[in-house]
Each structure stands twice: as structure tokens, then as C-alpha cells.
Design a protein around this ligand. Structure first.
Ligand SMILES: C[S@@+](CC[C@H](N)C(=O)[O-])C[C@H]1O[C@@H](n2cnc3c(N)ncnc32)[C@H](O)[C@@H]1O
Length: 222
């Protein structure tokens, strides 16, 4: 396993083991920021009915549950096997794979929408993941990723705190928005839109949400 993937799997496996019982979950809102109920939700994705959606770094699958309820065909991928165990128990109607996003994408059937909500985009080496996505995305497919603003992460960048108060090292790439846009361009992809969401009640950014498409030969506006 790649070094970053191994470190991150250990942290998020532990988090899943502390997450309580997966039975009897109810479907909530699709959350694209760190603050439940804050910022855009499923409407940002447009009509997802009938779309094949893959979430890279799906965690315990809550966002996929919201998408499946809206009629999307959902696949969840996560490096942490315990997150996937929990997700499968909570949402048996969704397909989940315990895998590194990089490995899954190398050998996956095509999808219409790839999502990373604080997931693999930002937790894998960005150039590597975006180059794999540049070969995976078909011309009508999109990648939408939400990632924490580096200022919001601050000294939380290298650690994940567990409910029991323990801290686990994590490996992130906390890029700024211009750095993300540069990485997208370098990978041969095209950023079609971006949004910065502030923390509730402040003007301090917490989340960057970026929409990416494949760049056709000769380029075109999104
Ligand atoms: C902050 S959690 C986000 C979970 C979920 N997307 C959400 O919004 O609740 C990050 C997740 O990404 C997963 N992850 C980290 N690196 C990954 C990789 N290389 N491939 C797949 N999943 C990865 C972690 O195991 C973790 O479950």
C-alpha cells in the first residue's frame, strides 16, 4: 500500500470503529462542507437521477445514501476497510469497495459523476490522482470535489482526532484554490467552476468546491 494510503487507512479505520452502530440509519442531506446544513447541497450537482456516481473516499457513505435516494446509481470507494464495513451494513443497497481510489480508477467501469467530499482528492498525491482521472473521465463526465481550505485546517492538517481523544497522523495535500486550479490544468483537465464557502457567520473560508471536466483537444468552454 502507498505510504499516504496506509497512514490514512489507519486513521479512518479507527474513526469507523468508534462510530457506533450502523443499524437504523436515516438518510440525511448531502453535505458539501464541514458544517451540517451549511452551504450548497445536492442541488449543486444538478439532476442526478439515473447517473452513475462514484464517491472516492466515501467514508461511511452518508452522502451516497442521499444521492441514491435521489435516484443515482452509487458506488463508494474507501481505503479504510472499517469505513466500508460500516457503510455496507448501513446502506446495503449501495455498492462499496475497500480500495485506494487510485487502484479503483485504474480498472473501473465508467461513471457520469465522480465525487470527492473531503475524500481522496486532497488525501492522495494530487498530480497522480488527477492524471488518473484525466484518463478515466469520459467527455460528458464530471469530477466535483470539496476540500478544506488550508486556513481552516491550520494545525489540524496533520492529525485526525478520534471521539476518544486520541490523535492519529493523517497525510493531506492542503492546497490553495490557485494551486488546485494549477494541478487540474497540469493534469490535462479543465476546471469548469469553483466556489469558496465561508464558515457559518464568518468571512473565513472553510471549503473549496471545484467542478472539473476532461479537456478536449483544442479546448472549449465548459
Ligand atoms: C474526511 S473522510 C470523508 C468521508 C466522506 N466523504 C464524508 O464526507 O463523510 C476521508 C475519507 O477518505 C478516505 N481516503 C483517504 N485516502 C483515500 C484513498 N487514497 N482512496 C480512497 N479513500 C481514501 C478515508 O479513509 C476517509 O474515509
Amino acid at each position: 500500500m502507498r505510504e499516504a494510503a496506509a497512514v490514512n487507512a489507519a486513521a479512518w479505520n479507527h474513526q469507523a470503529l468508534s462510530a457506533g452502530n450502523p443499524d437504523g440509519q436515516t438518510v440525511g442531506r448531502l453535505e458539501l462542507t464541514q458544517y451540517p446544513g451549511h452551504g450548497p447541497g445536492i442541488e449543486l450537482l444538478g439532476d442526478v437521477k439515473g447517473l452513475r456516481v462514484v464517491e472516492l473516499g466515501c467514508g461511511r457513505g452518508h452522502n451516497l445514501a442521499a444521492l441514491a435516494a435521489a435516484g443515482a446509481y452509487c458506488v463508494g470507494v474507501d481505503i479504510a476497510a472499517e469505513q466500508i464495513r460500516w457503510a455496507r451494513a448501513a446502506w446495503p443497497h449501495i455498492n462499496f469497495y475497500a480500495a485506494d481510489a487510485l487502484d479503483y480508477l485504474a480498472d473501473a467501469p465508467p461513471a457520469d459523476l465522480y465525487l470527492s467530499i473531503f475524500g481522496a482528492v486532497g488525501l492522495c498525491e494530487p498530480g497522480l490522482l488527477l492524471r488518473v482521472l484525466a484518463t478515466t473521465l469520459h467527455p460528458q463526465a464530471r469530477l466535483i470535489f470539496a476540500t478544506p481550505d488550508p486556513g481552516w485546517l491550520a494545525d489540524r492538517s496533520g492529525w485526525l482526532s478520534s471521539p476518544g481523544g486520541r490523535q492519529f497522523p493523517v497525510r493531506r495535500w492542503p492546497l490553495t484554490l490557485p494551486q488546485w486550479l494549477g494541478q487540474i490544468e497540469e493534469a490535462g483537465l479543465m476546471a469548469c467552476g469553483h466556489l469558496v464557502v465561508d464558515q457559518p457567520g464568518t468571512q473565513q473560508p472553510c471549503t473549496m468546491i471545484v467542478t472539473v471536466e476532461r479537456r478536449p483537444a483544442g479546448g472549449r468552454p465548459c
